[in-house]
Each structure stands twice: as structure tokens, then as C-alpha cells.
Design a protein. Sequence first.
Length: 276
Amino acid sequence: MHKSFQFRDLAELFAKANEEKSGDQLAGLAAGSEQERVAAKFALADVLLQQIIDNPLIPAEQDDVTRLILETHDHESFSTIKHMTVGEFREFILSDDTDEAMLKALHWAITPEIAAAVTKLMSNKDLVLAANKIRVITHCRNTMGQRGVLGIRLQPNHPADDAAGILLSAFDGLLYGCGDAVIGVNPATDAVESVSAILHALSRLIDTYNIPTQTCCLAHISTQLQAMERGAPLDLLFQSVAGTQKANESFGITLSMLREGRERVLFIVTTQKLAV
């Protein structure tokens, strides 16, 4: 029996094209059937990339994240792909003729909405193939992201944030060859004193054994900044972020707060280099 589906806007189309997720179902956004999901994917494949740019899912005047995305969008690079549909862009990404240099040139041309749209049309194997085309190289106390290199995070959490317990767990993990990506602790409490103690302890461990890695204490960004102001050795400044202003506010963060954290870290790093 022939059945047709209608989607009132891009937001609904994006939601219905998602793979089945309990969160979407609880929010009342999920496709009502597998038929509707497939229909949404077919419809999404025919949407022009330019349409996605012209119709933000959340208006810029209501959301500072959307505003930032549009302000930093690389219109010049985007002009080379704006004529493509989402389906055509998927084929472009997966094509053997598309290499890392070509994809990197589009870095600031691909908005989160475009990335989300094209991934909804990809299988797990497609996603692996697409991701394998690009290397994201990062530098701190060591270098991560090169091809053929496996980086592992070590997470020596402790229920009472006891420094000795954290160090014992970290040392145990290092003996297994883990921790080159980062030694990152999720603190039990979001207290400046506790975060500072953890950062000092991990720094002593790294310096004592000359370990090529970096540390992070995943407290709220404001707590990490206060610890840094008190002299705590901070390698990586961490903060969970979301894709909308309201969601970030639920984390207790704003874009201005993140900018401040970035500027402070850059200032300290520059000052340290000048001192050396």
C-alpha cells in the first residue's frame, strides 16, 4: 500500500531521519515507524546544503551558538559545495577522489547542521571511512592524532578525591601503557581546593617520571580557572559544551565564559614562553 509522509520544516525532517533513539522518543521527535524514518532520509538526501545555511534550525537572534556558527562560516569555501544536496555531499565525502586536503579546505564551510544531516545518511562503515580520511593533530606535552598511533585516556577517579588513591590508580594504568592521550580525573566534588590538589598531584607524577602526557581535572570551567589562579598546574582546560545556548546554560556556562577561559590559558602559556 502506498503511503506518503509530510515534514513541516527542516527541524522535523532532521529529527525523523535519525536512527531510533530513546531520547527522541521521549521528546516526541522520533519517526513513528521505520517507513517514516526511511522517507525522511530520502527527503533529507534531496535538501540543498544552501537551504540548510539559509534556514538555521534555531534562529541566530535567539541563540548565541547559532550566531557564532554563522559569523565564523567560511562562505568562500562553502561556495564550492553549496550547489550539492545532502546526498551528493555524502557521495563526495566517501569518494576515493576526495582526499584529506580537500576535506580540510572545507573545515569552516561545514556547519554542525550540515555535518548532522550527512551523517544521518551514513552507515557505521561510512562514518568510519569518512573519519579515517582526516587526522586531527593536537599538541600539548606530547603530540596526538598521527596515523598508526593509539592514544588512551587514563581516568584514575576516586570517590573521595584522595590524591594518594588517584596517584596509585594512575600509576597502575601507566604500567599497562595507558595514559598517553591524557590522565583525566572526574572529581567527586567541584571544589577549588580538591581540584587544585588533584592537579598538583598529577603534575608531580608526570615531572617525577618524565611522562610524555598531559593532565586534566574535569571540574566546571569556573572551578578550573580559580584553581589556575591559585597556581595549580593546568595542562588542558575542560568543559562539556552543547549545541544550543539554552543547553549550555543548563551546564552553567556561556560563550563569554569559554572565551575567557581560552584567553586566560593562552595568556599564561605566552607568559611562560616569554619567561623561558
